[in-house]
Design a protein around this ligand. Structure first.
Ligand code: UGA
Length: 436
């Protein structure tokens, strides 16, 4: 199959490389010339394990190419995926569809022969209808269908998620589009990934419902963690005890500083907006979003409490800045709210992240001092805070850390250590939801 990916950001690049690896002919298009030039030199603009190798090998095999020219490849394509950004719109939180509709208009100009236009970006219910209307208006003669094929991959595990998905959701309104989509995903049938054929609107909503539900699970366990701290219970055991019930499932029940990233915060807001607009408010999701927002800053207060009630004039070492490990993504990362709360309280911040420092410098206030590694970061600190559970923070030489710090105070917002082990080394240790 000949496939075009419009938008070579996270989803476009990962999906494009994986489709090429299935054996399809893929052209990734992006307006940003510098990005395309870099990709053509084999440089990958994002950090994602395994992606460089996948891009390089498929480009070398001639199945994957990058260009700023949309018209030529679209004319040849069997399917054109729209994988551009859908950020939250300033002011109302609704998904900003400017880029999606601009892509639809550009694609329309170049259609030649039957083509399936597929939205892969996370788009609100009804976006497919609008894309169809835009294309039909510009090209009444063209043979095309519009389908929805939401992506469920996680940053840091994107290639594995793409190649071994729990399910593939395809929302189409006609049989011809469904057949093209089935051909595209045929290689995955070997992994017996279930394919769910639905209407276009159902597929669009499924993506939001899935993300909102996962965000709800996290927020639920975070509230249980707070309760555990008050009643002297252990949230990890509570989560295990809940999760072993197959109806609940153990995943996404890790208590922490609140969810962040480019998806959950934005998608919950967009779903809330859509539900309000249709007169059926999603009250649970509204609460989840509000509770999560407050939680991030509350984690700053947790650090203040661990420091005896004030951080004024104290040095806090922040270990981990990205919203989760194995990514350089700082979007809506809990570290942003935590660092800001600590600075507001008069602290000095030293920070280290294995991959996210460059992005962090653009996102965090200028007074943050960036360090070369975890040990440099904790040197002379009054307290250290693990904000992101990178593997290197799971295996710190705690004796060395204690020696380097001014006072041995460790706040572990990801529960990576066992309390007894750290306290035995002489640390004052605070975790999340594992009451004594
Ligand atoms: C999420 C979904 O997991 C993907 O299925 C979806 O495709 C993607 O959004 C998207 O819409 O594109 P992602 O944002 O990459 O993926 O990251 P997650 O692994 O889901 O983590 C999101 C946040 O939740 C992180 O801040 C993480 O630390 C937090 N989290 C996750 C917890 O606090 N506890 C958990 O148990 C799990």
């Amino acid at each position: 199959m000949k496939i075009v990916m419009v938008g070579s950001g996270y989803v476009g690049l990962v999906s494009g490389a994986c489709f090429a690896d299935f054996g399809h002919d893929v052209v990734c298009v992006d307006k940003q010339e510098s990005k395309i030039e870099a990709l053509n030199r084999g440089e990958i603009p994002i950090f994602e394990p395994g992606l460089s190798e996948l891009v390089r090998s498929n480009a070398a095999a001639g199945r994957l190419s990058f260009t700023t020219d949309l018209a030529g490849p679209v004319a040849q394509a069997d399917a054109v995926f729209i994988a551009v950004g859908t950020p939250s719109r300033r002011g109302d939180g609704f998904a900003d569809l400017t880029y999606v509709y601009a892509a639809a208009r550009e694609i329309a100009q170049s259609l030649d022969g039957y083509t399936v236009i597929v939205t892969k970006s996370t788009v609100p219910v009804g976006t497919g209808d609008e894309v169809e209307r835009i294309v039909r208006e510009l090209r009444p003669d063209a043979a095309f269908s519009v389908a929805s094929n939401p992506e469920f991959l996680r940053e840091g595990a994107a290639i594995e998620d793409f190649k071994r998905p729990d399910r593939i959701v395809i929302g189409a309104e006609d049989e011809r589009a469904r057949e093209v989509m089935a051909d595209i995903y045929r290689p995955l049938y070997l992994n017996s990934a279930p394919i769910l054929n639905t209407s276009r609107r159902t597929a669009e909503l499924t993506k939001y419902a899935a993300n909102a539900f996962l965000a709800t699970k996290i927020t639920f366990i975070n509230e249980m963690a707070d309760l555990c701290e008050q009643v002297g219970a252990n949230v990890q055991d509570v989560a295990r005890g809940m999760g072993l019930d197959n109806r609940i499932g153990g995943k996404f029940l890790h208590a922490g500083p609140g969810y962040g990233g480019s998806c959950f915060p934005k998608d919950t807001l967009a779903l809330i907006k859509t539900a309000q607009d249709h007169g059926t408010p999603a009250r649970i999701v509204e609460t989840v979003a509000a509770v999560n927002e407050q939680r991030k800053r509350a984690m700053g207060r947790k650090v203040v409490a661990a420091c005896g009630g004030s951080v004024r004039g104290k040095t806090i070492a922040v270990l981990g800045l990205t919203f989760k490990p194995n990514t350089d993504d700082m979007r809506d990362a809990p570290s942003l709210a935590i660092v800001t709360a600590l600075l507001d309280g008069g602290a000095r911040i030293r920070a280290f992240d294995p991959e996210g420092m460059q992005q962090a410098k653009a996102a965090l206030p200028g007074e943050v001092v960036y360090c070369t590694d975890a040990y440099d970061c904790v040197t002379e600190a009054d307290a250290a805070v693990i904000v992101t559970e990178w593997n290197i923070f799971r295996a710190l030489d705690l004796d060395r850390v204690k020696q380097l710090m001014k006072s041995a105070v460790l706040v572990d917002l990801r529960n990576v250590y066992r309390a007894e082990q750290v306290r035995a080394k002489g640390f004052q240790y605070t975790d999340v939801g594992r009451g004594i």
